[in-house]
Design a protein around this ligand. Structure first.
Ligand code: PEP
Length: 249
């Protein structure tokens, strides 16, 4: 039975006060069995979040990392630095990184490899644009993004990934994929993973992301191939995020 992961992505939002509010709210919370919770916070808050969340079930993650280990790369942050300040997970290939910062499949692969090298769990984001969906290309786009990374990894490395299916048209738009639409893509992803190995397909956590909120989380998370959520906007309000975590039981 796969564990569910609810991961909040603060993007370029949040504050020390919000870190503190999450720490206080989650210190006394009883999460449903099989539910893990992570918060992907901006770089400056990682260290303090890792420390403040110690008495809570919250794990800390970053939102991106450099594909280099160290050196003269002004402004970059390496995987080793993320681990040093307590991050355990890192988002890679989020659609905002792909579309706004020009990260193509090769750049995404390099960051996944850097994360693995430093002992971080990469949360690899996959998803089609509205134009691609309307052209009937959803599966080929998503499976193409998956294969661009997985084909280059060895079996042990593939097994350390978490996947997040995030239709680009649903991110930050208030428009959520229906449970049936999401399940169909998750099932196609799992089918492709089975070509690498049935055990990989069976064990892989595949999260859904795209305007997930308390009102729709329950029915999305009830789908057989949806193993959690990647939550943007609703992860900025403690109560909303807690309600999503509770609905994952
Ligand atoms: C995201 O940023 O990954 C995301 C899913 O955002 P939102 O929940 O706001 O759509």
């Amino acid at each position: 039975m796969r564990t569910l992961l609810i991961a909040g992505n603060w993007k370029m939002n949040g504050s020390l006060a919000l870190v503190d509010a999450f720490a206080r709210a989650f210190a006394s919370v009883k999460l449903p069995a099989r539910v893990e919770v992570a918060l992907m916070v901006p770089f400056p808050y990682l260290g303090v979040a890792a420390e403040t969340f110690q008495e809570t079930p919250l794990t800390v993650g970053a939102q991106t990392l450099s594909d280099r280990s160290s050196g003269a790369f002004t402004g970059e942050v390496s995987g080793a630095m993320l681990v040093d300040v307590g991050a355990r997970l890192v988002l890679v290939g989020h659609s905002e990184r792909r579309s706004l910062f020009g990260e193509d499949d090769a750049a995404v692969l390099a960051r996944v490899q850097a994360a693995l090298e430093h002992g971080l769990r990469p949360v690899l984001c996959l998803g089609e644009t509205l134009e691609e969906r309307e052209a009937g290309r959803t599966e080929s786009v998503v499976i193409g993004q998956l294969a661009a990374v997985c084909d280059a990894l060895d079996p042990a490395e593939r097994a350390r990934l978490v996947l997040a299916y995030e239709p680009v048209w649903a991110i930050g738009t208030g428009r959520t994929a229906s449970p049936e639409q999401a399940q169909a893509v998750h099932s196609a992803i799992r089918g492709r993973l089975a070509a690498y190995s049935p055990a990989l397909a069976e064990g892989m956590q595949i999260l859904y992301g795209g305007s997930m909120k308390a009102a729709n989380a329950g029915e999305l998370l009830a789908q057989p191939d949806i193993d959690g959520g990647l939550v943007g906007g609703a992860a900025l309000q403690v109560d909303d995020f807690l309600a999503i975590c509770q609905s994952a039981g």
